[in-house]
Design a protein around this ligand. Structure first.
Ligand code: F0G
Length: 482
């Protein structure tokens, strides 16, 4: 795989911005980190930010904003109905995606709620390249089910496939034929496929999916939450697109989709979300739910300030100097870890650096949550907060059985333009130390397990006192240094 890189020297990503506002960080000593992890029930979602050094839980709502975004926020037009701010955003959406109608929502999963309530019925089957947690939850809540159609490459942990997020066309046709077109409300493609490691699909693949949708008269929905990363990878990895501008690639993708929705906590580097389409009938159907669940049609639960920031953020996303920052820092971190033998997902994708927990702590069985364990251990030895993306993130079936995840990953998200290179190197060095001492890490069990989306609030306990052993070794090697 040959990639055009925008690097300084061999592999040093170059920041195409300067830092003008900073926030002080706190790196508590290892004893406090251990205490904090216990208090959080070994669930990194439940840690408090004051105890965290580098928050790599997510890129959602925590990307750095630009000076232009902040300036735009001061110009926001505050009115319940008919705000000028909304018109600006609506126009920007039409300019970039070419869609006539825009429905604002408070965030990405709200779009999923509206789409699922409008289109999914009992026994509906929704084919997609891969599920996302909230997407699946909304589809099942409405009586439907998700059918993942990924290629054989998608679940290979190490690969040099440039587009692991591609949807398998033959399998798509099989799913349509075997379930019946009438039971398929739409096909969903997720850009920058989150749960397999932020992996992109190609423009070519999306065109093929569109052809199948046309053949069967099916609606194609694009989840564009992680579109920025996907655009970067299309631009550098897809031969036919190398001379196209980011705007041109975006427009081609948008033209292939009937409905586009996004979390503006990711796309647009602010906080909010939205759905756009040129299909009047679908627009009218979804519109009713916006006023019911989100807010009036000209704000949809968002503050006008955030809408101003999204408008500018979307515009800035059309710039390669901006969208290359996430993937290049992720590639740097992934390469640093690889050099030290740490098992990571390759090729490096968007969103974050993904560690293969089953390879890292291969002595821990899946029902003791290797990815959850590793996320907890990383926090204890570094103050870096990552996220479990494995069996803990799965939901029990109706009989209470726990499905084992296809992959056990720890995601170290890279909020865009937030961390410096030395911070990223610190995180990689500490994780490499943990890898050398990995046999000290033990398993976890749930002590408080919510029924829905258990990974958010569930509390766990250790099966042995491995955190204390790990801390002892840490003190031996690092003394009182943080
Ligand atoms: N779709 C994708 C692909 C996502 O990654 C997310 C959120 C959503 C939809 C839902 O958007 O959070 O604004 O409601 N992903 C976040 C994450 C939560 O950390 O990966 P939301």
């Amino acid at each position: 795989m040959s990639e055009v890189k925008f690097y300084y020297g061999e592999n040093i990503p170059l920041e195409m911005h300067k830092v003008r506002i900073v926030q002080k960080l706190n790196l508590p000593p290892v004893e406090r980190r251990l205490e904090a992890m216990k208090e959080a029930g070994y669930n990194t979602f439940l840690l408090k930010n004051k105890d965290i050094f580098m928050d790599m839980l997510t890129d959602s709502g925590v990307n750095a904003m630009s000076d232009r975004q902040q300036a735009a926020m001061m110009l926001a037009d505050d009115s319940y109905a008919g705000s000028e701010t909304f018109t600006k955003l609506e126009n920007k959406i039409e300019e970039i995606f070419g869609k006539k109608y825009f429905l604002p929502t408070h965030q990405g999963r709200a779009c999923e709620n509206i789409i699922a309530q409008s289109l999914v019925k009992k026994d509906s089957v929704v084919p997609m390249n891969y599920h996302f947690t909230t997407t699946q939850a909304h589809i099942t809540l409405n009586g439907g089910s998700v059918k993942e159609i990924f290629t054989d490459e998608a679940l290979k942990l190490t690969s040099d496939c440039p587009f692991k997020g591609n949807l398998d066309i033959d399998k798509l046709i099989d799913v349509i034929e075997s379930n019946g077109v009438e039971n398929i409300p739409f096909v969903r493609m997720e850009a920058g496929t989150n749960l397999i490691g932020g992996q992109p699909f190609s423009l070519e693949n999306m065109k093929e999916v569109r052809k199948v949708c046309d053949q069967y008269g099916l609606t194609l929905i694009l989840d564009a939450s992680l579109l920025a990363d996907n655009l970067y990878f299309i631009k550098i990895r897809e031969e036919q697109c190398k001379d196209m501008s980011i705007r041109e690639i975006t427009r081609e993708m948008a033209d292939l989709a009937d409905i586009i929705y996004f979390s503006a906590r990711k796309l647009g580097c602010a906080r909010g979300g939205g759905i756009c389409t040129s299909n009047e009938e679908m627009y009218m159907k979804m519109r009713e739910y916006i006023t019911l669940y989100e807010g009036f049609l000209t704000y949809g639960g968002m503050s006008v300030r955030e809408m101003e920031a999204i408008t500018v953020g979307l515009d800035e996303t059309m710039d390669m100097d901006m969208i290359n920052q996430g993937p290049q820092f992720i590639a740097y971190m992934t390469e640093e870890l690889q050099k030290k033998g740490v098992p990571v997902i390759t090729p490096a994708g968007g969103l974050g650096c993904h560690i293969n927990a089953m390879g890292f702590v291969d002595h821990i069985p899946q029902n003791e949550y290797p990815a959850g364990v590793l996320a907890a251990a990383i926090y204890i030895i570094s103050g870096v907060r990552g996220m479990e993306r494995g069996t803990m993130s799965e939901q029990r079936d109706e009989n209470g059985n726990e499905p084992l995840a296809n992959m056990e990953l720890v995601r170290l998200a890279m909020p865009r333009r937030v961390f410096t290179l030395s911070q990223v190197k610190y995180a990689a060095d500490r994780i490499a130390w943990l890898y050398e001492n990995r046999k000290l890490i033990g398993g976890l069990k749930f002590v408080d397990e919510p029924k829905v989306l258990r990974f958010f609030f569930g509390k766990l306990d250790t099966l042995s006192d491995w955190p204390t052993e790990l801390m002892k070794k840490f003190k031996e090697d690092f003394g009182d240094s943080l």
